[in-house]
Design a protein around this ligand. Structure first.
Ligand SMILES: Nc1ncnc2c1ncn2[C@@H]1O[C@H](COP(=O)(O)OP(=O)(O)OP(=O)(O)O)[C@@H](O)[C@H]1O
Length: 264
């Protein structure tokens, strides 16, 4: 078998409270694919995503991106590695008072240095790439809008364009649709799926909505109490397997009935 694009082995996280949030989780990604991580609240989905780029420090285990071990990197090397991992958040994490273009260009921050970025003197090829990405995410013509004048769905599109500006080898998405209405969530998921297949990169997404995960993800990892209890193609996620992930089928349906936090 070819070497993995991403290889996670025995990844474990014990928080200071003594809580084991991740328990020896292992999986590999060999092809560009959208991998959805599902499970009940507290199952460890967010911890898993954040241990991969060490926003949360794993307690033990290994994470290899294109064969490079991430868990042992020191500060400068870790910073360089993080440029290769795009991250998309539930709350977008845009700089609200800056324009769409400035936010997208900030995806190059790790490459061009602080002085260039503070003065917005980005190389012409970066500016061209930013225009192309804005077009790609459906925001052509929005370059000069301030981020705080955008809807939730538009903000998430900026978040996606900014992550792609890094030219990452991996995308991590931590509940990117949790603050969006169902229609907008679907559009964002389809956009992510299209983009990662075009760019030929893997992506891992923490997602509560199982229907959306099944419709848009190529593969699903099911988490329960910090452990991986399902790993397979979306089509293999039967009601019985869902019951194993959520404790029971009733627990699954109750969880899915939770209202959407805020509309677009
Ligand atoms: N910083 C922290 N300190 C202590 N415990 C934490 C911390 N972050 C998460 N936990 C605990 O670790 C476990 C896993 O949390 P995590 O946020 O990864 O779950 P999740 O599946 O993403 O949940 P949700 O769907 O509610 O966001 C939970 O029991 C949580 O309370």
């Amino acid at each position: 078998m070819t070497s993995a694009l991403l290889a996670v082995a025995d990844l474990t996280k014990d928080y200071g409270t003594g809580r084991r949030a991740l328990d020896a989780v292992s999986f590999q990604i060999h092809t560009p694919q959208l991998v959805g991580v599902i499970g009940s609240s507290g199952a460890g989905k967010s911890t898993l995503i954040r241990c991969i780029n060490r926003l949360v420090e794993p307690t033990s285990g290994s994470v290899k991106l294109h064969d490079a071990e991430i868990t042992s990197l020191r500060r400068n090397d870790l910073r360089a590695m993080r440029r290769q991992i795009g991250m998309i958040f539930q709350e977008y994490n845009l700089v609200e008072r800056l324009t769409v273009m400035q936010n997208v260009l900030s995806g190059r921050l790790g490459y061009v240095g602080l002085w260039t970025s503070l003065r917005y003197r980005y190389p012409p090829e970066d500016i061209q790439a930013a225009y192309a990405l804005l077009d790609r995410v459906g925001l052509s013509g929005f370059e000069n809008r301030r981020a705080d004048a955008l809807s939730g769905g538009q903000r998430q599109r900026v978040g996606i364009a900014r992550a792609l500006m890094q030219r990452p080898k991996l995308l991590l998405l931590d509940e990117p649709t949790a603050s969006l209405d169902p229609n907008t969530s679907r559009q964002i998921m389809e956009l992510v799926s299209n983009v990662i297949h075009e760019e030929q990169m893997p992506a891992i997404i923490n997602i509560h909505d199982v229907g959306l995960a099944k419709a848009c993800c190529d593969r699903i990892i099911g988490m329960r109490d910090g452990r991986k209890v399902f790993d397979g193609p979306s089509s293999a996620l039967t009601n019985q397997r869902l019951a194993e992930v959520y404790g029971s089928f009733e627990a699954f349906t109750e969880q899915q009935a939770e209202p959407v936090e805020a509309a677009q």
